[in-house]
Design a protein. Structure first.
Length: 502
């Protein structure tokens, strides 16, 4: 702890974003580059170095937040970067993409404004790269063991990096044409520019990780063949089975899954095409779904020049303060405004979200293209339609951002590996192993198929980037133990762990 009165003397001051009209005219990150280091140091100095730092409970990675806050407050960026990377392979990703449940679990949040943990994390990570504090760490010797990682999202990349550094020979298989999974094609550039991802991939290549793109394991390459060529396999394919909206008119043209829309936009940004094959330019856009993916669609549509954008959320509008049913230190459901929501307010004058509403049907024109969405208000608790509240709003492009319901069922992986689904529709794991905590590192992510492990959203269901990285690190520890009989790799979470709730 640097200043025992820092949290009293220094008010919370998050890093500012660029002006709305400026950032809506480009695809660069919304923040004006790296925050000024003196500002970050002052904000880090608000950390109280609590006897029991509940920010650890809010973060599944177990990030050593008070430690790197103290180093950042003193301006010791090398030490801060070392402590940050001790628990997190990719802090420049989480510092940009994570909604920061650690801040809501900060002890200051009991009755004051929490430390700007997310801003400090991003600044440390960015400064570490600028100063050369993040060199490749190739292993000193090889184990002679080979591991295949299927999927190159944050879970797969974290597992691959941990195992490569432990001395195993790692090959990552990705079905897309570029490495990164949803980090590459699901996250818009205004949230994280892709050179941040490319830089990490080059670091991993320099450490010895091999990457194979354009390979669909389960169809292009039989999973059993891959299995026989490696000593272990980690399945980190994510939860990409999309939820549908089975209402009348769904077959109309102009209604698309949100991830298809975001992928095409990101491919345009990667220069795969000169203009987006699917664009919101000049159209009335309706986004069905109130989560982060819907917010990403909103920011994308605004930059493409949409005539209007409406985001539908079946949930009631949250309050401004914690409900009594969600006390500190849980991550509360409160009214939050993303950068995209702020942009829509500035551009169109109102919040683009409509709460407590459900989609009844889609209306089309004679040519078979959607032209309106029919809505109804719903009762908050039961979500049942309220009679007499039906109305229609214009829609020329509809994006379904309803989330995901587990890994894709038709990939071939289930049959070829002999995998099963759990009650939530995810790949089952650890079903044949004891739950003794002392044996946790031996069984994390194991399946009944010998040497096959599950990591990330494929076993957990859709979740946050910090959970994906934590799962990848845990699966790497379990795989290392399976291959060598022991491990020093950390396993921050188990498959049974869940976010902190009341």
């Amino acid at each position: 702890m640097t200043d025992p009165y820092g949290f009293l003397r220094t008010p919370r001051r998050p890093s500012g974003a660029r002006p709305v009209e400026e950032r809506l005219n480009d695809w660069n990150e919304v923040h004006a580059g790296q925050p000024l280091l003196p500002l970050v140091s002052q904000q880090a100095g608000r950390c109280m170095d609590c006897g029991i730092p509940f920010c650890h409970s809010g973060c599944p990675l177990g990030n050593l937040i008070p430690e790197w806050n103290a180093y950042a407050a003193r301006g010791d960026w090398r030490a801060a970067a070392e402590r940050l990377h001790a628990t997190n392979n990719f802090p420049e990703f989480t510092g940009r993409l994570c909604p920061a449940p650690c801040e809501d679990a900060c002890v200051l949040a009991v009755n004051a404004d929490p430390v700007t943990i997310k801003n400090v994390e991003q600044a440390i990570a960015d400064h570490a790269w600028e100063r050369g504090y993040v060199p490749p760490r190739p292993p000193q010797r090889l184990s002679g063991k080979a591991v295949a990682v299927i999927g190159s999202g944050p879970a797969g990349l974290a597992a691959a990096q941990q195992l490569t550094r432990a001395g195993h020979t790692i090959a990552v298989y990705e079905r897309a044409d570029r490495i990164g999974g949803l980090l590459r094609y699901g996250i818009p550039d205004f949230k994280m520019e892709k050179w941040q991802l490319d830089r990490r991939i080059e670091q991993m290549r320099a450490e010895g990780t091999k990457f194979h793109t354009g390979v669909r394991v389960g169809s292009d390459l039989d999973a059993t063949e891959l299995w026989t060529r490696h000593d272990a396999v980690i399945v980190a394919v994510g939860a990409t089975e999309r939820r549908e909206l089975p209402v009348p008119g769904r077959e109309l043209r102009g209604i698309h899954q949100a991830m298809d829309y975001l992928t095409l936009s990101n491919r345009t940004r990667q220069s795969d095409c000169t203009s987006p094959p699917l664009t919101a330019e000049g159209r009335h856009v309706v986004i069905v779904g109130g989560g982060d993916t819907g917010s990403d669609c909103l920011g994308t549509a605004l930059r493409q020049g949409a005539a209007s954008v409406t985001q539908l959320d079946i949930n009631p509008v949250p309050g401004d303060t914690r409900p009594e049913t969600e006390p500190w230190p849980v991550y509360p459901k409160v009214y939050r405004i993303s950068h995209a929501h702020h942009e829509a307010r500035e551009r169109h004058g109102t919040d683009p979200r409509v709460f407590s509403c459900a989609t009844l049907s889609f209306e089309g024109e004679s040519a078979g293209h959607v032209r309106a969405v029919h809505l109804t208000e719903v009762e908050p608790a039961s979500r049942r339609p309220l009679p007499g509240t039906e109305r229609a709003i214009p829609a020329e492009l509809v994006l379904l951002a309803l989330g995901f319901c587990g890994p894709e069922r038709n990939s071939g992986l289930m049959e070829q590996f002999g995998l099963a689904l759990d009650g939530r529709g995810n790949f089952a794991r650890d079903t044949a192993f004891a739950a003794a905590s002392a044996e946790q590192h031996k069984r994390t992510g194991r399946t009944e198929a010998e040497g096959v492990f599950i990591a990330g959203d494929a076993g957990r269901g859709q979740s946050l980037v910090v959970w994906a990285i934590a799962e990848g690190r845990a699966a790497a520890a379990a795989t290392d133990h399976y291959l060598t009989g022991s491990t020093v790799l950390p396993a921050p979470v188990s498959p049974a762990d869940r976010p902190l709730t009341a």
